[in-house]
Design a protein around this ligand. Structure first.
Ligand SMILES: C[S@@+](CC[C@H](N)C(=O)[O-])C[C@H]1O[C@@H](n2cnc3c(N)ncnc32)[C@H](O)[C@@H]1O
Length: 326
């Protein structure tokens, strides 16, 4: 597994308090704020040759991963309701499964405030997701999006994964080697979106889950979503985004409205009032062409997460809103 690539003990991290807050928060706070403590970065100290610093191994299973994955499972279940084959394109795949005792996961401990508080749930709107997490090996392992998707594919369905980071790509490739239903690409997500859609199956889901470590990531998501909706109207598209403060997600929604991207809803979880922009205060999943009944299901899923993950913090809540009309 990818975590094994970091089995050697890293140098003591030389990180500032701000960097550490950003790392704990789950997503970078700017291009120079890598989530990986310096000891785990490439010798250049800057971006890797592929331009990606972010490593999901530090954050797998955190509160926002839980929200994203619980909603992802609901979207996939809707696709399996019909016999017709479907495909899923996971454009920012990570390594597929995460070892929770790895040095990365231990370093941040984020999973303990995420899946660690949720995995025991066996009833209600979270039950299908948590059952999948336990079946995937929790508490030793946490399944990333590729693993959650793979578990729900039927023999007629296909999964395409893109991961740009060379080591993470190699880990992912090794994981699914020989699996005839899974294709793993080391290509750029934004290029792949153009090249690999629409799907030959003409139905399915595109999951876009960037690390938000580059400036302009919200704008890039809005532009990609607009193009994708135009070229693949039948597909479901889900874009994960961080909520640190309110302005960037609002601007994202406005950009979708201005571009008249049809049929978008936003399912948002707030862990606390989003006033400190250096913290990951919540997250959203923008879903275009959501399956029938998904908005209500998403509200129930996120509503069930609030008391478990936010633990009475002021400003916490769950909200599903329509952003653009059908
Ligand atoms: C938030 S993580 C993905 C987590 C994964 N989707 C999950 O839910 O388990 C983002 C991933 O995207 C990768 N990445 C960053 N930029 C990319 C790009 N332009 N194309 C493909 N992958 C990229 C990073 O290396 C990282 O593994």
């Amino acid at each position: 597994m990818g975590a094994a690539a970091y089995a050697a003990k890293p140098r003591k991290p030389e990180v500032s308090a701000r960097r550490m807050r950003a790392a704990r928060s789950g997503h970078a706070i700017g291009p120079s704020y890598s989530l990986a403590p310096r000891g785990l970065r490439r010798p250049s100290g800057g971006a890797t040759r592929c331009g990606v610093n972010y490593r999901h191994a530090f954050h797998a299973g955190n509160a926002c991963d839980v929200a994203k994955h619980a909603l992802l499972v609901a979207l996939l279940q809707a696709l399996t309701a019909k016999q017709k084959p479907f495909r899923v394109l996971d454009t920012h795949a990570g390594i597929g499964t995460y070892v929770l005792s790895s040095s990365e996961a231990e370093r941040t401990g984020e999973w303990r405030a995420g899946i660690g508080l949720v995995a025991d749930v066996t009833e209600g709107p979270l039950a299908d997701y948590t059952a999948q997490v336990r079946a995937a090996g929790f508490p030793d392992l946490y399944p990333g999006s590729p693993e959650l998707i793979r578990a729900l594919l039927r023999p007629q369905d296909q999964l395409t994964l893109c991961e740009l980071h060379p080591e993470d790509h190699a880990t992912l490739r090794a994981r699914y080697r020989g699996d005839r239903q899974v294709a793993v690409h080391g290509r750029d997500a934004w290029e792949a979106l153009e090249a690999l859609t629409p799907f030959p199956e003409r139905r399915g889901l595109v999951l876009i889950d960037p690390p938000f470590e580059q400036p302009g990531e919200f704008e890039r998501c809005a532009a990609a979503l607009a193009r994708l909706r135009h070229r693949f109207r039948a597909g479901i598209v889900a874009v994960w985004y961080p909520i640190k403060h309110r302005a960037p997600p609002r601007a994202f929604h406005t950009a979708l409205q201005d571009a008249q991207v049809p049929d978008c809803i936003a399912a948002e979880l707030l862990l606390r009032e989003p006033t400190d922009p250096t913290r990951l205060n919540g997250c959203g999943l923008l879903v275009a062409n959501a399956p029938f009944g998904f908005a209500e299901q998403a509200q129930a899923i996120l509503g069930a997460l609030v008391p478990l993950l936010a633990r009475g913090e002021a400003g916490a809540g769950a909200l599903v809103t329509r952003i653009t009309p059908e």
